[in-house]
Design a protein around this ligand. Structure first.
Ligand SMILES: Nc1ncnc2c1ncn2[C@@H]1O[C@H](COP(=O)(O)OP(=O)(O)OP(=O)(O)O)[C@@H](O)[C@H]1O
Ligand SMILES: Cc1ncsc1CCO
Length: 271
């Protein structure tokens, strides 16, 4: 990685970049609050008539397939094209991409047209998008998918073919760079999987770090920071409701030194 994670968090807090998010209504409020707590400035705009203009003034764009509608599908493309034209980095969250052929076709077309710098999903979603898997049920990862063996080679090949950084979320997060570098991030807590939208939050936090760093560093920093905040929050929370509030508080309180010291990031050993 080219910068320390703490230095990225410091840059985020001092530059307060504007992050344009076109996401789903299930977790949109948590996403906006997480960007604010981490130090960025969120704007959640999705009207097709204004998204291009807004993206052009932003420092990063986060798009999310979680609740696609005709309007969001059109807006994500318009915003993505504006991002490409203005050199604004893009992260795509391929939520539920294996659930319908509409979503799969749209996502594949989006990859070809917009070429996002980072593609994020849980393991099952990334496997579906890569073509290594046919379909999935629901938006949660299939518990049988693990970051090992054929899964690792499929993701490595996909990252290289797409020339994008992949961020695979789950009990262990994985980051795959197009040149073959791979990182595993072992921060996080199982209670996070019982709160909807933690993956969406990871996506917008990646966008916030993309505004101040390189794609590979941004993906690692976001996974480590969200996981670490989840660990801290879970120590205080008695369930998903209080975890949600504690997660935001932890993101607000986390210092760059703590991120550097407690991030459990290392190069992949397996595969
Ligand atoms: N069992 C677990 N143990 C540790 N951390 C976890 C676990 N499950 C999830 N996490 C944490 O939660 C984050 C989000 O991961 P997850 O794969 O649950 O996202 P997702 O399925 O896309 O979520 P959603 O669809 O609800 O937005 C991960 O980056 C990780 O830090
Ligand atoms: C539950 C749910 N359904 C579509 S998006 C979403 C939020 C988590 O991805």
């Amino acid at each position: 990685m080219s910068k320390s994670l703490g230095a990225l968090l410091e840059a985020l807090r001092s530059r307060q970049p504007l992050i344009h998010c076109i996401t789903n209504p299930i977790s949109i409020n948590d996403c906006a609050n997480l960007i604010l707590a981490a130090g960025g400035r969120p704007i959640m705009a999705e009207h097709p008539g204004e998204v291009a203009e807004i993206t052009a003034t932003a420092a990063a764009l986060a798009v999310n397939l979680g609740n696609i509608t005709d309007v969001r599908m059109e807006s994500m493309v318009l915003a993505g094209q504006a991002a490409r034209a203005a050199g604004v980095p893009v992260v795509l969250d391929c939520v539920g991409v294996g659930c319908s052929s509409l979503r799969r076709r749209y996502a594949q077309d989006y990859l070809a047209k917009i070429q996002p710098q980072v593609v994020k999903g849980n393991l099952s979603e990334l496997l579906c998008l890569s073509g290594a898997r046919q379909g999935m049920s629901g938006v949660d990862a299939d518990g049988r998918d693990h970051l090992e063996g054929e899964t690792l080679s499929a993701l490595r090949e996909f990252s290289s073919r797409q020339q994008a950084v992949l961020l695979a979320s789950g009990p262990v997060d994985g980051v795959f760079a197009p040149d073959g570098r791979r990182w595993e991030i072992r921060n996080g807590h199982s209670m996070m999987s019982r709160l909807t939208g933690t993956g969406c939050m990871l996506n917008v936090l990646t966008a916030a770090f993309l505004a101040v760093g390189e794609p590979e560093d941004a993906a690692v920093a976001a996974a480590a920071m969200l996981g670490l905040c989840g660990e801290r929050a879970a120590r205080e929370a008695c369930g998903p409701g209080s975890l949600r509030a504690a997660l935001l508080d932890a993101a607000y309180a986390l210092t760059p030194e703590e991120l550097d010291n407690e991030a459990a990031v290392r190069p992949f050993e397996k595969g």
